[in-house]
Design a protein around this ligand. Structure first.
Ligand code: FMN
Length: 199
């Protein structure tokens, strides 16, 4: 069985360390995962007034999320939280009300920082957001990556053996999680996530 995984990079920077990490994860993923980036760069700032007639980038983004079997978030931490471009993308994908594209998608969260705690606080925020959006999350292993440029080669391979083992294991665990979640979702029982929330 092959699973189509959309990955979102939470940085718009041209020399993003999280894009380097994402490239390495694609390189190390088991063959059961087909990873493809879902770009967030062209999304406008979320505005509820534009929900019913958004620019093309919005339905394109939502369709890409919905066409994915699972999602992987590879993101920096900004001021101890989720970078605005990523949160903006998630807000678009969660709307209009009743059309939350993230519902029931198995997700993984990973991120790199030059700092010692490797995006841990951003990831805690993401867990809260994804819980609200009814997206199951890989709980363990957690992946807080302190970025060392010399551990990664341009072709996506990882030159530091410890980093390679850690990231390969993360992707194997994520693949097993995706399979578990999807095999537990009975056809016809996907439900309506929006009926599960009291407002
Ligand atoms: C606005 C801003 C806020 C930041 N806040 C944090 C932070 O809270 N924690 C952290 O570890 N690094 C923080 N950093 C440093 C980033 O980890 C670093 O710039 C990293 O390279 C960003 O990831 P990227 O290269 O993928 O864009 C911040 C950087 C910026 C620009």
């Amino acid at each position: 069985m092959t699973y189509r995984i959309g990955y979102l990079v939470g940085s718009l920077s041209g020399d993003s360390i999280n894009r380097v990490l994402a490239k390495a994860l694609v390189h190390l993923a088991p063959p059961s995962l087909q990873l493809e980036e879902i770009p967030i760069r062209d999304l406008p700032l979320y505005n509820r007034d534009d929900e019913l007639s958004p620019v093309d980038a919005v339905p394109t983004f939502k369709k890409a999320i919905e066409a994915s079997d699972g999602l992987l978030f590879v993101s920096p931490e900004y001021n101890r939280s989720i970078p605005a471009p990523l949160k903006n993308a998630i807000d678009w994908g969660s709307r209009p009300w009743g059309q939350n594209s993230f519902a029931r998608k198995p997700t993984g969260i990973i991120g790199a920082s030059p700092g010692a705690i490797g995006t841990a606080v951003m990831q805690a925020s993401m867990r809260s957001v994804l819980s609200f959006l009814d997206a199951p999350q890989l709980n363990a292993p957690e992946a807080y990556v302190t970025f060392h440029a010399d551990a990664y080669a341009d072709d996506g391979s990882v030159t530091d053996p410890h980093t390679e083992t850690f990231l390969r294991h993360y992707m194997e665990e994520y693949a097993a999680f995706v399979e578990r979640v999807l095999s537990a979702t009975l056809p016809g029982h996907e439900g309506d996530a929006d009926l599960d929330v009291m407002h």
